[in-house]
Write a protein that binds this ligand. Structure first.
Ligand code: PLP
Length: 407
């Protein structure tokens, strides 16, 4: 059975029924899915989890699926929490952990949100879905829609990594590349939504992606034996994951499965696209659009986020911060994690490591603390321009050595 009681506007608190297809609230803001947590607590104990498969659906009582609805699944296994002991030691931390989300279906944590959103869309009889995407969300939508027999339409900015465009096309989605940023793509999706062509599942435009993403927080708490780290560094675009984890912690505390202690939440952006950092620093509740956004960390190239106030509330409420790092710092961190820890991060994941360094320098993170970074996608979808260049140089050096070797 489902424990959902209602949907709630995240801005006004107004309630609406959960039984029907939902988009945003009457105020145009994201909707929360609310549960009867007392009933969840009566129906299960956290020790019951031990007998369940280590995947996203083990949290069924805290997910919105109606009774009898089977998940649309591609095998959403729990992701490992890996120590970076060399770099953590250098930074003076008690423990530095990476939650490696790159192992999920389609190679990114977008699978968590879209597995749940597509499952719900199928349950409500939706036949076509569309999404504005920097790549990973589109690939996940395309994959789950292919699985569910739903038509998928993806709108990508011209800067989207090639591997993403190829996987979206291979998965049978329609693909349109737009000369603009992700919010320009969002405008196209909204147009088609108004024309009745598809269901819009852009970030926070429907209430269920966040419920899937929230499982990162549930999983993290369980992996850390129902404690939470001192700080979480999260690469933030639309912010679904950060908002979702914050909601997960609230629900876990209401269930009595964790205490009141919360991690400080750090929203990490690139200096090439840092609307939330600017809003954080100015002390305002809503973020202005960031013009001419550009960064190698495509997943966080989001000039404007519908959930800006929710991200900023979680960051401020937790005593965290929004921090921006340059593409150069991202590359340096990317290399350090790879060559010194054997961890191939995605650039967005590398941004969290770069930001952690900055946070240590600024005294935001204290010696001995336990910190969790989020690596949200596989490295394999991104071209590594500097690496290709270096190996080409290496080859030509090797070649000239070989040529010289006879004498
Ligand atoms: C989408 C994405 C992000 C940002 O996630 P949000 O929860 O939407 O802020 C970060 N990194 C990667 C690799 C992504 O694909």
């Amino acid at each position: 059975m489902s424990f959902v009681t209602h949907l709630e506007c995240s801005w006004t608190g107004a309630r609406q029924a959960a039984g029907a297809l939902a988009t945003v609230s009457a105020a145009g803001k994201p909707l929360w899915v609310r549960y009867d947590l007392e009933a969840v607590g009566r129906a299960m104990a956290r020790t019951d989890l031990a007998a369940r498969p280590l995947d996203l659906w083990r949290w069924r009582e805290l997910l919105p699926l109606p009774a009898g609805v089977e998940p649309v699944s591609l095998g959403e296994s729990a992701t490992p929490l890996l120590p970076l002991s060399v770099l953590g030691g250098e930074l003076g931390l008690g423990e530095l952990l990476v939650k490696d989300e790159g192992r999920l279906p389609t190679g990114s944590f977008k699978a968590r949100g879209l597995a749940v959103a597509v499952t719900m869309a199928r349950a409500f009889g939706i036949e076509a879905m569309a999404i504005p995407t920097n790549g990973n969300a589109g690939a996940a939508l395309a994959a789950y829609c292919a699985r569910a027999g739903i038509a998928a339409h993806c709108f990508c900015p011209a800067a989207t990594p090639r591997a993403n465009l190829e996987e979206i096309a291979l998965l049978g989605a329609s693909l349109e590349v737009i000369d603009g940023r992700i919010d320009d793509c969002g405008a196209r999706v909204a147009e088609g939504e108004r024309a009745g062509r598809w269901f819009n599942c852009a970030t926070l435009r429907e209430p269920y992606r966040i419920e899937g993403k929230k499982t990162m927080g549930l999983e993290l708490a369980e992996q850390l034996s129902w404690t939470l780290p001192d700080a979480i560094f999260y690469p933030t675009g639309g912010g679904t994951g950060l908002i979702g984890m914050w909601k997960a912690f609230e629900e876990l505390e209401a269930l009595g499965w964790i205490g009141a202690k919360r991690p400080r939440m750090y929203a990490i952006q690139s200096t090439g696209c840092a609307p939330l950092v600017r809003a954080f620093e100015r002390g305002v509740e809503l973020a202005e659009r960031w013009p001419a956004a550009a960064t190698i960390a495509h997943g966080i190239c989001v000039p404007r986020a519908l959930g800006d106030f929710l991200i900023l509330r979680a960051v401020r409420g937790s005593g965290g911060a929004a921090l921006a790092v340059s593409d150069d710092a991202i590359v340096a961190a990317w290399r350090a994690a790879a060559s010194r820890e054997g961890m191939l991060l995605c650039p967005e994941g590398a941004a969290t490591l770069a930001a952690l360094r900055l946070a240590r320098e600024r005294g935001l993170v204290a010696e001995g603390e336990r910190v969790v970074l989020f690596n949200c996608a596989t490295h394999a979808k991104y071209t590594l321009p500097w690496a290709a260049q270096e190996s080409a140089n290496g080859r030509s050096r090797g070649g000239s050595r070989a040529a010289r070797s006879p004498d």
